[in-house]
Design a protein around this ligand. Structure first.
Ligand SMILES: Nc1ncnc2c1ncn2[C@@H]1O[C@H](COP(=O)(O)OP(=O)(O)OP(=O)(O)O)[C@@H](O)[C@H]1O
Ligand SMILES: [Mg+2]
Length: 283
C-alpha cells in the first residue's frame, strides 16, 4: 500500500527545522508535534487543510469557523481555570500548502506531555485480562481502586467544563489526556506497569458549544459513558465513580444527572456553535 502523504503544511511549518511530526490524522484535522519559538518548547499543531471537493468559499468559511471556535473555546476555558491546552498561535488564513495562497487553517497549542486516557485504559485492561488471576484479593482491589480514582477525576474534569458553561460535543477517552507528573511513581509500583497518574486534560474542542442546559450536559455524560462502555468493558462497572466525581464538581450537576437518569437514550446532540454564538463576549 502506498504510504500516506499528508497535504503540504502551511507556512511557516513548511520550512521549520526539525519539521513537524505527524501524529494523527482525524476526520477534519491533522495533529503534529512541533515547537513554539524554540525547539526546546514542544507544541501541538492542529492543521485543518482545505478540502478540494468543497466549494472554495464555503470551504474557507467552514474551516475558519471551526478553528476559531476551537481556539476561542480553549482561551475561555484557560481563563476559567479548566484544564485544557493553552492556545499559543492561530492562523485561519494559512498561506502555502498545496494550493497557492491557501494552506488551510492552523492552531498551535501547549503540548500536553502524557498519554490519552484511551491508551491508559486499553493497556491496563489488556494486562488485567491476561494476568488478573495471578493477583491476590488485596492487589486486585488496589488495581481497581486506581481506575476508579481515574474515572472520578474524569467526572470532576467534565463537571469543571460544564461549570464554565461549555459542553464538549465529542467526548471519548481519545479526547482526554493525562498530564504526566514530574515524578511518576505509579507505573513502577503497579504490577501492570501502567500509570493512571496525572492531571486530566480535556482536548479537541472542534465540536464544542456554549450551553448550560441540562440536556446538552447530559448528552456529554451519556456519550462518554457509551464510549467507555464500548471501548473499555473492564472499566465500565466503575462508571458510578465518574458520576460521583461529576456530582461533586458543581451545584448544577444534580439536575444534569437527574436529566440523564430520566431520559437515558433519546437525547439529541446540541447543534454545533456558530461563530457568532461562540464566546463573542470574550473576544
Ligand atoms: N495539546 C496536545 N498535546 C499533546 N498531544 C495532543 C494535543 N492535542 C492533541 N493531541 C494528540 O493528538 C490526537 C488528536 O487530537 P484531537 O483529538 O484534537 O484531533 P482530532 O480528533 O483529529 O480532531 P477533530 O475531531 O477536531 O478533527 C489526540 O488524541 C492526542 O493524542
Ligand atoms: Mg479527537
Amino acid at each position: 500500500m502506498a504510504e500516506y502523504k499528508p497535504p503540504a503544511l502551511p507556512a511557516p511549518f513548511n520550512s521549520t527545522n526539525p519539521a513537524p511530526e505527524l501524529l494523527t490524522q482525524g476526520a477534519e484535522g491533522h495533529l503534529y508535534k512541533t515547537f513554539s519559538l524554540d525547539p526546546s518548547i514542544p507544541a501541538a499543531l492542529k492543521v485543518r487543510p482545505s478540502k478540494p471537493y468543497r466549494h472554495p468559499i464555503l470551504d474557507r468559511r467552514l474551516t475558519r469557523q471551526r478553528i476559531i471556535q476551537e481556539a476561542r473555546c480553549l482561551a475561555k476555558l484557560v481563563r476559567e481555570g479548566v484544564s485544557v491546552p493553552a492556545v499559543l498561535a492561530l492562523d485561519w488564513e494559512g498561506q502555502g500548502g498545496d494550493e497557492a495562497g491557501w494552506g488551510g487553517a492552523w492552531l498551535m497549542m501547549e503540548w500536553i506531555d502524557g498519554p490519552v486516557v484511551r491508551v491508559v485504559l486499553e493497556q491496563w485492561e489488556a494486562w488485567m485480562k491476561k494476568n488478573a488471576s495471578s493477583l491476590d484479593a488485596a492487589q486486585l482491589e488496589q488495581e481497581n481502586a486506581r481506575v476508579k480514582a481515574l474515572l472520578r477525576r474524569i467526572g470532576k474534569a467534565l463537571g469543571g467544563l460544564h461549570k464554565a458553561g461549555v459542553v464538549h460535543g465529542d467526548l471519548t477517552t481519545s479526547n482526554l489526556m493525562l498530564r504526566l507528573p514530574a515524578e511518576d511513581t505509579e507505573a513502577k509500583a503497579s504490577p501492570t506497569g501502567v500509570s493512571t497518574q496525572g492531571e486530566v486534560v480535556l482536548i479537541d474542542f472542534g465540536l464544542a458549544s456554549q450551553s448550560v442546559q441540562d440536556e446538552d450536559r447530559a448528552v456529554d455524560l451519556y456519550v462518554l459513558e457509551r464510549a467507555i462502555g464500548s471501548t473499555h468493558p473492564r472499566s465500565e462497572p466503575f462508571m458510578e465513580e465518574l458520576v460521583h466525581g461529576y456530582r461533586e464538581s458543581h451545584r448544577g450537576a444534580i439536575s444534569t444527572l437527574k436529566r440523564l437518569e430520566d431520559n437515558p437514550v433519546p437525547l439529541s446532540p446540541p447543534s454545533p456553535m456558530t461563530m457568532t454564538e461562540c464566546f463573542l463576549p470574550y473576544g
